[in-house]
Design a protein around this ligand. Sequence first.
Ligand SMILES: [Zn+2]
Length: 281
Amino acid sequence: MITKYVFNAPKEGKKFLVLAAIHGNEQAGTKACERLKKELTSGKIVLKSGRLTFVPICNTKAYEQDVRSIDENLNRVIKEHSHPKTYEQQLANEICQLIKDTDYLLDLHSTHCKDDVPFVFCDYPNELSQKVMASLPVDYVIEGWPEAYAGTAIQDYSTEYAAHYYSKAANTLECGYHKEPEAAEIAYQAIINTLAVLDMIEMADIPQFSKKIVKMQEYVIKAEEGKLTQNYKHLDAIRKGEVLAVYDNGQELTAPYDGCILLPNANAAIGTEWYYLGKFK
Ligand SMILES: [Zn+2]
């Protein structure tokens, strides 16, 4: 079901997997993959070692309909399903085989609000993921997603979780608003810089981008009807005591510490994640 492109260098080396459009309406990574495919085919980019595999469109049906998913969120079901019940579970089975057979996975996403700040998730830091991350052209790293959900019933079967499960390194890159051309540019630069870090292409000076690290602390479920008090954007700074949201019954939700608000969803359905809280490390 999944169309992949594989480019082998003449010399052995690292195996690098790029996934794009895990969410069908996030097309920045797809554009970057298409550009890269042309440049590899034409010889503009030459691999010197290793193997590059990329999947420009992971969720094909969702991509065709320009929606996030068909039956369920693909980035919550990335594990092997012996009896797949949904379209995304079938996709997950194929994606797992690709992740098993790689050293490093870069999963490219983009976001849905204008002016969203690009950032990288690092759920399971290890030496290789840290090394690649330093070259990714974004200013923020978010850590601690698995810890925020630890002890809850929610098991987050993300691409990063699968990579960790199979003892591989991975990062998820959120390239910014997916309708801005810069998002596709960030995705493209991220792939190129990663190829250099993995010693798969020649690059004299690998760019390094210093990062602000945000440690995710917790998430807040919208328990009943209510509103966020401001048009919060991802990574907006918040002060201890600041009223972040108010339920229709008047109950206020305040910031428990200085830090930042993450992934606020003004339109969250009742019973789902409204926003997350993070602290700068
Ligand atoms: Zn996404």
